[in-house]
Design a binder for this molecule. Structure first.
Ligand code: ATP
Ligand code: MG
Length: 457
């Protein structure tokens, strides 16, 4: 049995009619440039995914018959298998392409690959035969801000957008109320909404889906998780993460060269990672130039016999230089809490990078050892990069699958990669809390072995 039941439009419209997708698929023939009707399905999508096709997430054994929420294969059984649904084109679709008006919106911060996903969604919609495709400018606020007008999208418009980073549509934080967004969607006749964003954006997407169900609107809301931090539950990785790690390595390399070339040089690099240290951990592992990696999941002291500063002194004495990599959400107990929130209600973090830099300078001055400290924060340079090849491919698959999911009639879902397979998840399953580095995991221990750092507690 599947634990993750995907919400489907037939939940709201039990008698919703499906159409064989071959009936609707149109393909531009290379010779004439005309549309040809009714191409055989397999020529189009190379076979369909059955709604019952699933990917095994994990098998869990309990000491007694299973706990609530888990669906067991037989009632006396003490183990469950968690499955997720395979993503891809379905043989039956729930929208006539000529009746579709699709909208795309990007919210939150920038992440490499946003343009790649937008591009692929537009291209795939056109292949289904959709002609009404629009971009909502500057995140959710584009739905209600009268000064902002929707942007018509077509293959021609998006053809080269992946060649640069950022988002063609613009992003924003903060939002109008859900019911105003749905009012605006009704006014605009939008019946497919593709939402690219992080946890906050997905919470919004799910609320939009719920509101559409409540109003009995036949609308498919499909998310594409955008988190450079790679902190979405159950997913192998999210788009932009690979690019971020690669770019972070460049910053680390610069910090290393600076530190190495100075007398008693110390480099501090602050990387993204509000609640999860994946970028810091992976960039440290990849670069091999980090002596101390600090992440939100692992507490540390700066001062005292087992503090970071004491270890830095040891590194300066023995190696002559050192490089620290710190995730933005690390050591929040060591920085002043402002209680400030951004427009979306996220807590504004204290700047741990600046704090560490100041503490290092102060410490070495106090002990009378010269130290040349250099601080690099490459955050915005990394976020604005264009996606690398691996992320480009991931974005392509996710963008295509988002469109297949919407046409299949699913709503309130998001796309991802899970155990190397591309799948759909119900949104609430993946946003209940951020995925974090497990301090007992092999990967974190590999990182510690690689940096050679002790425990700082
Ligand atoms: P990032 O990873 O860049 O933080 P995010 O999607 O989490 O991405 P946010 O700024 O937190 O970015 O949220 C994006 C949008 O989603 C904002 O417009 C915000 O108002 C809206 N939003 C956030 N949380 C919720 C929620 N619980 N319900 C409805 N909308 C939300
Ligand atoms: Mg967020």
């Amino acid at each position: 049995a599947s634990r993750f039941r995907l919400p489907h439009l037939t939940d709201i419209f039990p008698d919703a009619t499906s159409i064989p997708s071959t009936f609707c698929l149109r393909m531009r023939t290379p010779v004439t440039g005309d549309f040809a009707d009714g191409y055989p399905s397999d020529e189009k999508w190379h076979g369909y995914i059955n709604n019952r096709d699933r990917v095994l997430l994990k098998t869990i054994h309990y000491s007694s018959p299973t706990s609530a929420g888990a669906v067991c294969i037989d009632p006396d059984c003490t183990w469950v298998e968690q499955w997720v649904h395979r993503a891809g084109p379905r043989e039956e679709i729930y929208f006539k392409p000529e009746e579709v008006k699709a909208a795309i919106v990007t919210c939150g911060g920038l992440c490499p690959g946003l343009n790649d996903v937008i591009r692929q969604i537009v291209i795939t919609l056109e292949i289904y035969g959709v002609t009404k495709i629009v971009g909502i400018p500057f995140g959710y606020r584009g739905f209600t801000d009268k000064e902002l007008t929707e942007m018509p999208l077509s293959r021609k418009v998006v053809q080269n957008v992946h060649l640069s980073g950022g988002s063609l549509l613009g992003v924003s934080r903060g939002a109008p109320g859900i019911s105003e967004i749905v009012d605006s969607m009704e006014e605009r006749d939008i019946n497919m909404l593709f939402v690219l964003g992080g946890n906050g954006t997905h919470a919004g997407a799910n609320a939009i889906h719920d509101e559409c169900s409540r109003r009995k609107l036949k609308v498919a809301v499909v998310g594409v998780p955008k988190t450079i931090d790679n902190d979405i539950l159950l997913m192998d990785k999210t788009f932009g993460f690979d690019t971020a790690v690669e770019e972070a390595q460049r910053a680390i390399n610069s910090a290393y060269i600076e530190a190495h070339s100075a007398f008693h040089g110390i480099g501090v690099v602050k990387l993204m990672g509000r609640s999860s240290g994946f970028i810091a951990m992976h960039a440290s592992l990849a670069s091999g130039q980090i002596d101390i990696c600090l992440i939100p999941e692992v507490p540390f002291h700066l001062h005292g016999p087992h503090g970071v500063l004491g270890h830095l002194k040891y590194l300066i004495e023995t190696k002559g230089s050192a490089v620290i990599c710190v995730a933005e959400g690390a050591g929040q107990n060591l920085v002043e809490q402002t209680n400030a929130k951004d427009a979306s209600g996220n807590v504004v973090l204290g700047d741990i990078g600046v704090r560490i830099q100041q503490e290092i300078k102060k410490y070495f001055k106090e002990i009378g050892v010269p130290a040349d400290v250099k601080y690099i924060d490459p955050t915005y340079m990394i976020r604005a990069c264009r996606a690398n090849a691996t992320d480009g491919i991931l974005c392509t698959v996710l963008g295509q699958n988002a469109v297949h999911g919407a046409f299949a009639g699913f709503s309130g879902i998001t796309v991802g990669i899970c155990n190397t397979h591309y799948v759909y998840f119900p949104i609430p399953e993946v946003i209940s809390y951020p995925r974090a580095v497990d301090p007992n995991s092999r990967m974190w221990h590999r990182c510690l072995t690689s940096t050679g750092q002790p425990d700082f507690i």
